[in-house]
Each structure stands twice: as structure tokens, then as C-alpha cells.
Design a protein around this ligand. Structure first.
Ligand SMILES: [Zn+2]
Length: 526
């Protein structure tokens, strides 16, 4: 069996807290950790074939675990879909689409994702007339950063045979221009009017996207990730990659049960557990997002009568949830607005008596109230939250939420004070920067990218944020063999150029991941 020993490291083992400065050496045998301790005590383990590495005094810690990241969509933006998240204005986005059109003459549909008009000078949604200026003869479909709104050009409207007479599905909007005709903008379920005409990705294309995303995970020090919205074809792609030994990172897949568009539920997945791949939870969506005003609120959005959308039928949700829990599958439900959180907490509470030990998690948890947190603590309800939203979507929150809501937005401090199991995550590609250290920085500074503070009282410490990205993420993923560095654990760890516990909070995201190890093998750097 291969053996490696890394010495002269500042080891944050996350085993029994963080004060592990006395450990400078880690030994690995095969894909597992054998020992963590002092060089003087462990050097006797060195044998002729042991690989001995000097870490140069750098910080070595468990690999990050992103507990909510849409892996294939991250990879899609590096492969089949144009990434417009960096567009700082409408003109910039149009220029990117125009260049992409010139460089990809064989693409039948131009698909792009990521604009966020809240940061643009024009400050308005793009429409078909804007897109027509750069691409006329080919359909173009551009998804907003939130994925709940999209805009297409006139050619796409024509190909999809959409007119002002087209029936709009429940829970969706087709926007009309001053001339009474569709202006190219669609939201929620109405996205299906266009998207169903775009040729679906094949399983092989999904695999290409997953492999592309993997490189981004490695370079950000992410060794484990949870994909929280997996449809049957994607699940099959994951299974096949795992069987072929091609995953290359620890993956927890959470299948969805209810497809968009009101069709029949997908069949329940089979519980699966292995070192590389796990299926132990199913996913529901109870509302939309704050950045596009679709999260379900008790009070309306700022300067608007919108209350967002509640998407679940209680009866069906409870029935499907119960069926999943009966075969040992946990539940993960997307809930951001206070109205949606109340709905989910009530449903989970009613299930808790029959299934006390089965995982119940709330994804995002944007605007919980005190009473929701109390009920979560009492009923063992866990959460995966995204402090990284504060940095990238803070401008949207300030635009769409009143001060009372802003002051308790993504209240990680309060959630931790209630003793709720809390993991942090990126939800990429909703945000473009999936660097966990950026999420840690935002959790500590509570500042958005424009420098504004969002609910500063909810700040947590660097150690708490790191724990949420490692140990707690492993716990909520039900993968206890990950998350800490101690004998018997899988040898997934990273080497950083700086110790995050001794870094200025506002500089945390500048820390560089120098090397990423998974199962004892270096997969990035070095
Ligand atoms: Zn998500």
C-alpha cells in the first residue's frame, strides 16, 4: 500500500476543535489517514517506499465540502453554455453574445446564463429587441443569474411558435411589450414555453460538464460536493461515472422528485452509500429566490405588491416525503422567504414524530423567524446556507427588501446560536465565485461586493465558518468519513499559502489553495 508522510505543516485537523497547532505531521496509507501528530513521534513510520513531503510550514486542513452546488451547471458554463455573469452592463452582455455567435457558427441554439440587471446602469431587464440587435438568424436564450427568469430573441419566439395568444402555464409569466406582443421575457414555469424546444443535453454531454466542473472544484480546494437537484438522466450519468471510477471527487447526489411543469413525480431513488458517491436524500422546492423576487414572503417586496411564489401542495409534499423517509431517505427542501420557511418547518415538524432520526434539511434559509429557528432546533432540522450570496447578491437584497428583512437576512449567527446543524455552500452557478474562502469571508465580514454591510450582527467567526464548510457539511451529507483529519478518515485535504485563522477577515478570499489531495493523491497543484 502506498504511504505518504507530510511534515512541517500547520495542521488544522478539525478534530476536537481547532487548536491543533501542536500537530505538524500527517501520515497517509492508501486513501486513508493513518495518523496526525508530531514529526518527532511519527518519523519512525517512514519506510523505504514512503513519499516524504515538506509542507514548508504552510497550513494543511480538510478539503472543503460544498453542501449545495449545481455541479453540471457549473461545468455547462465552461462547455456548452455562454457564461455572461461577468457582464457589467447590457452592452457588455450583448457584445459577449455577439462574439460567441461569431466563434461558434455550428451551434443551433445560443444559450447563455448569468446576467443580473440590478448591477447595470440601464437597470432594466433586457428584452428581445436588445438580443435581435446582435443575433437575428439564430435562436438565443439567456437565463438570468437566478435561473427563474429568461429572455430570448425574436428568432426563438418564432421557432417556439409563441404569440400573445399562447396559453401561459400556472405559476409563470410571459411578459408583453407595448405592442401587446411577447417581448421575449419569461419567468418561472413559463420558461418551459421556450426551454422545451431547446434540444436536451445527452448523458455524454452531462459527463463532459461534470468533468469540467471538477477542475473548478479542485482549484478551489473543494474535495466533496452535494448536487442538490438531480434528475433521472443526471443521476444515471453520476452512477456510470462512479462505476467507471471517473468521478474524482466525493459526490452526494440529491434527486428531485417533482419535475417542473406539473408532470407526475419521478420514482423514488434507491439509497446508496460508498466512499465516492452517495444518494441519501431527496429534494423539493417550496419557493423561488430573493434576487429575482420569487422567494415567498409574508410581507411584500420593497416598492412592489409581489409576495413571491409558494410552489408545493402540502398533501403531495407530505405523502412523497413520508414515502422517502420510510426507505431511509432524508428530505432537503429549498425555502428562502419567511412564508416558505414556515410552510416547510410546519411540514417537517409534523413528520418529525414518525421519523425522528431521518435527515431533514432546509436549503438556503434566507429569512427565518425566531420561532422557526426554535422549531428547527427542537426537531433536529439542519440547514445548508449561502453566505456567499451576501457578497454577490447583496445589491439585489438592498434593492428588493425593506430594512427589517435585510437586518435578518441569512442570519447564520442566530442559526448557530440555536445549535442547529449548519453547513455553508455556494449554490454556484447562482454566484460566479464558488471559492469557499469567499463564503467564509462573507460570513465573517457580512459585506457585499459594493462594500455595504448586510445584517452585521449575524457575523460568525472564521473557525465557525470553516467548520460549516467541512465537518458540518460532512455531517449534513451523512458522510462521516469526511470533514476532519484523524486516523481512519479519507485522506482529503488541502494546503493553503496562509492560515485562515490568522488572516484579516477582508483578505480571506485572497488565500490561495496551493494543493488539493483526494484519497491521499494530489489532484491539483504541486
Ligand atoms: Zn440551488
Amino acid at each position: 500500500m502506498s504511504s505518504t508522510i507530510i511534515y512541517n505543516a500547520n495542521i488544522l485537523s478539525f478534530h476536537n476543535g481547532f487548536n491543533n497547532s501542536s500537530c505538524d505531521t500527517i501520515t497517509i496509507e492508501g486513501d486513508r489517514i493513518k495518523a496526525v501528530g508530531r514529526w518527532d513521534d511519527l518519523k519512525s513510520l517512514v519506510q523505504a517506499n514512503t513519499v516524504v513531503i515538506d509542507a514548508g510550514g504552510k497550513t494543511l486542513m480538510p478539503g472543503f465540502n460544498d453542501s449545495h452546488i449545481h455541479i453540471w451547471k457549473v461545468g455547462n458554463l465552461d462547455t456548452f453554455m455562454l457564461d455572461v455573469r461577468s457582464a457589467g452592463s447590457l452592452d457588455e452582455m450583448l457584445e459577449m453574445i455577439s462574439a460567441y455567435n461569431r466563434q461558434n457558427p455550428d451551434v443551433a441554439w445560443i444559450t447563455a446564463r448569468g446576467f443580473n440587471e440590478a448591477g447595470w446602469k440601464a437597470g432594466r431587464m433586457p428584452d428581445k429587441n436588445d438580443l435581435d440587435k446582435v443575433v437575428k438568424h439564430k435562436p438565443v436564450y439567456v437565463i438570468r443569474t437566478c435561473a427563474h427568469i429568461a429572455v430570448c430573441n425574436s428568432k426563438a419566439i418564432e421557432l417556439c411558435d409563441i404569440s400573445s395568444n399562447t396559453p401561459v402555464p400556472d405559476g409563470g409569466v410571459m411578459y408583453l411589450g407595448a405592442d401587446g406582443k411577447p417581448n421575449g421575457v419569461f419567468s418561472e414555469t413559463a420558461l418551459g414555453l421556450v426551454s422545451k424546444h431547446i434540444p436536451p443535453y445527452t448523458k455524454d454531454e452531462l459527463k463532459i460538464m461534470i468533468k469540467a466542473a471538477r477542475q473548478r472544484l479542485y482549484s478551489n480546494g473543494i474535495t466533496a460536493a452535494t448536487d442538490p437537484a438531480v434528475d433521472p438522466l443526471l443521476l444515471q450519468a453520476f452512477y456510470e461515472m462512479n462505476a467507471a471510477g471517473e468521478l474524482g471527487f466525493r459526490l452526494n447526489a440529491i434527486p428531485i422528485l417533482l419535475p417542473d411543469g406539473g408532470e407526475a413525480p419521478y420514482p423514488l431513488p434507491v439509497y446508496y452509500s460508498s466512499p465516492w458517491f452517495n444518494v441519501n436524500t431527496v429534494k423539493f422546492f417550496s419557493d423561488g429566490g430573493l434576487s429575482g423576487k420569487t422567494a415567498a414572503l409574508k410581507r411584500h417586496y420593497k416598492n412592489s405588491s409581489d409576495l413571491g411564489v409558494l410552489r408545493l401542495q402540502k398533501q403531495q409534499y407530505l405523502e412523497l416525503g413520508r414515502a422517502a423517509m420510510e426507505i431511509g431517505l432524508g428530505l432537503a427542501t429549498h425555502a428562502i422567504g419567511d412564508a416558505a420557511i414556515k410552510f416547510v418547518v410546519d411540514c417537517y415538524t409534523s413528520l418529525a414524530g414518525s421519523f425522528p432520526g431521518v435527515l431533514k434539511r432546509i436549503e438556503h434559509l434566507g429569512l427565518p423567524e425566531e420561532q422557526h429557528l426554535e422549531a428547527m432546533a427542537k426537531n433536529n432540522i439542519a440547514t445548508s446556507m449561502q453566505t456567499i450570496f451576501i457578497s454577490e447578491l447583496g445589491k439585489n437584497f438592498r434593492q428588493y427588501l425593506d430594512q427589517e428583512y435585510i437586518d435578518r437576512c441569512y442570519p447564520v449567527g442566530s442559526v448557530l446560536k440555536h445549535g442547529i446543524l449548519t453547513a455553508l455552500s455556494s449554490d454556484a452557478p447562482v454566484v460566479s465565485n464558488l471559492n469557499p474562502l469567499k463564503g467564509v469571508e462573507a460570513a465573517v465580514t457580512r459585506r457585499d461586493n459594493e462594500g455595504f454591510e448586510i445584517a452585521p450582527n449575524e457575523a460568525i467567526s472564521v473557525a465557525e465558518a470553516l467548520k460549516a464548510y467541512t465537518v458540518s457539511a460532512a455531517t449534513i451529507g451523512q458522510t462521516p468519513q469526511l470533514g476532519s483529519l484523524e486516523p481512519g478518515q479519507l485522506a482529503d485535504f488541502i494546503i493553503l499559502n496562509q492560515n485562515p485563522l490568522k488572516t484579516e477577515p477582508k483578505e480571506l478570499s485572497q488565500i490561495k489553495v496551493e494543493q488539493t489531495f483526494i484519497g491521499g493523491k494530489c489532484v491539483y497543484g504541486g
